[in-house]
Design a protein around this ligand. Sequence first.
Ligand SMILES: *Cc1c(COP(=O)(O)O)cnc(C)c1O
Length: 430
Amino acid sequence: MKYYSLNENAPKVSFKDAVIKGLAPDKGLYFPESISLLDKELINNISEYTDHEIGYEVIKQFVGDEIPKTVLKQIIAETLSFDFPLIDIENNIKTLELFHGPTMAFKDVGARFMARCLGYLNASSQKEITVLVATSGDTGGAVASGFLDVKNVNVVILYPSKKVSDVQEKQLTTLGKNIKALEVDGTFDDCQAMVKKAFLDKSITSIKQLTSANSINVARWLPQMFYFFLAYKQLKEKGKKLVFSVPSGNYGNICAGMMTKQLGLPIHGFIASTNANDIVPKFLKTGEYHPKPSVQTISNAMDVGDPSNFIRIQEIYNNDFERLKNDLHSYSFTDNETRDAMLHLYNNCDYIADPHGAVGYLGIKKYNLPNDAYGIFLETAHPVKFLDVVEPVINKSIEFPQQIQAVIDKTKEASFIRTYSELKSFLLDN
Ligand SMILES: *Cc1c(COP(=O)(O)O)cnc(C)c1O
């Protein structure tokens, strides 16, 4: 499979090059040259397939012959190594829990898949790859865990000092081996700015092969398609209309969902549910797209003012606004509405949602499901990852699952940096 740059000013590349480079030289996102419908037989008889078989059928056209079948199957088995249960919430409303992986956030799937693809694709090269990533919390942990022990790949994670939760900090800083954490005296935006500067710094890139591990990378973005198929597999009545509500920040996850409709999965509609960062809801209302600086909310993994994957969604719909509006709805919710939803879910549905999942639930409620439809909201993180927000709302303490127990008492190891030149020295010395 070939990938082209959405800025249309760079050569087409193979899957391998798209994964290694991350972003095209013209700074555009890579997009697959073709998208083919899957065999109807898979969709009609999906309950008879294992999760691993479904994953393979869904992803194979996007990898092509660049990874041998047996290796790709192994990568999928190691990626989908935990459950994705579909839980009943209310009449016709369900949630798909994506947080049963090693770091308890849905980013585990993308990070594990990308890490293993990169490990395989770079195995024959003498050159080590450095994955450089800035995190506001969840990405760092998932990337650290996903890339641990991958040969010839080093990971450097920048995080803002004192601005990630204790659990998140431990997930980033306690693994050792090929994972290095840099604690930055600044905000997430400062971390992001330093990372961007390093990617453009020839005195680093002439010596080190740098790549990023956020959802702009096709190997992190595309495996998110698995969730939508795995949800469909678990539905008892396949004939009903199906609507997904996806808590959205960079719009990678929902964009992967919209790809599955192109593959033939019968999805009636998508809801991009978000917090006060309302660029996309405003766009769907007015037709005008105005990125702006992000504002802080309690669902902070969605605090994004210029969603990087939205351009891919527009490409899927050939930039046809009316067609897009048929499939995509988008609503923004305040922190108070989010807290009320968490409390409502706890009191009335016996369900503890994290703030992102609660925003997803609100999206389904606002959409007004027809009677002949199922609404599924994605629960993107375990509530324990947002303890400080969730516990005071439901007035109950949340038990630490075993994945979290395992890291919380380990010793943090991180280098403290203040300036870009300290990052540069670190990259050149390590
Ligand atoms: C990253 C993240 C999101 C947003 O996903 P996008 O693909 O960036 O839209 C939502 N919830 C949680 C918990 C996340 O970590």
